[in-house]
Ligand binder design. Sequence first.
Ligand code: SF4
Length: 416
Amino acid sequence: MKKKVYFKTFGCRTNLYDSQVMMSSMKDYEITQNEEEADAIVINSCTVTNGADTHVRSYISQVEKNNDGAKIFLTGCGAHTKGESLLKENRVHGVFGQSEKNKIDALLKKEQPFYDPGDLNHVDESVVDDFVGKSRAFIKVQEGCNFRCSYCIIPFVRGDARSMDETRILEQITRLALNGFGEFILTGTNVGSYGQDTNTSLVKLMKKISQIRGVRRIRLGSVEPIQISDEFLEILDEPWLEKHMHIALQHTSPQMLKLMNRRNVYKQDRELFELLADKGFAIGTDFIAGHPGESEALWLEGMKNARELPLTHIHAFTYSKRDGTKSATMKPEVNGKVAKERLHEIQDLIEEKNLAFRKAFRGELEILVESYKDGLYHGFDQHFNKIAVESQEDLVGNWINVKDYEVMKEHNYVKF
Ligand code: SF4
């Protein structure tokens, strides 16, 4: 009988992707969904904040309590920051970098404790064919980041930006499109830097993807404002480009952006967002509330600017300290309670803006239905807004267009 392995994934989409690759490369072991019966547990860790490290440590303690016979393996970003110490403390059996993930069978078989951090400049060659239960496929096009935002540890654990091989990406998408996938989300640590090292560009890649038979919609995980080049502006009217863009600002106060060592500048961000909004795009962003140095005055300025931006979606977080980054030593820090209040303030603002956007939209929604739960189908439209669909037909995986629908506070709603 094959030994059983349980995968525990923390953190971002890149980790979800890497876990998927490990699971599909594994031949000699069986995957289990029950961690208590596992012979081995692979923790694909995140180290983005000190809090993320704590989660990994407490998860290890939990495994030690509930299944002390299981061998624990650590991979992901935490392998580079906490791997050695966890190995020394005997809390894990093996540590390996994400570049080693294709060798998962051999790593799991190692009898002796090991530390194999791999190569931070590794370019991924894995091809994932399918995302079970999903109608959208996530395609990793690059890895690593050349930016040095002062609060971020990622470039130190994921390395500098490097692009995946174009032929492999196109092959992967062709295969997925044949399997019925119509929407592709291009992801990576810093997606917009795709092609800089291989003498091409994200736009050129997207144009090639759009020509693959079966590809209906392309979405980008996230781009930086300065990556929306003139070449990019030329594809804004293409029907295959989702009418939603996620552009990472992180803050809307010019001074805070400087403190955070960001490359975007508020005035230009605003011009860009207005141009996109005029073209009918819904626009999402990332935002950190409570970074050190965010005085009341800077916060108010940031909120005033955010109000003026045509934003419709937000991923907002409170600042969380990460040792080894510049921001971790910056003063004055913002009180945690204040940071939380600010977080809610900006989230509420964008919620209102999202509702206003949905109410003002007069066209047809193009929906990809993804799931069925509690008597309703759920999907996303071209603006990346959620819609609940009541229907007698089985719609999962289908594209539907609707004109008359109800705009509700949380999401849109339609009977189909
Ligand atoms: S752009 Fe900034 S926040 Fe994003 S991964 Fe790079 S350094 Fe980190």
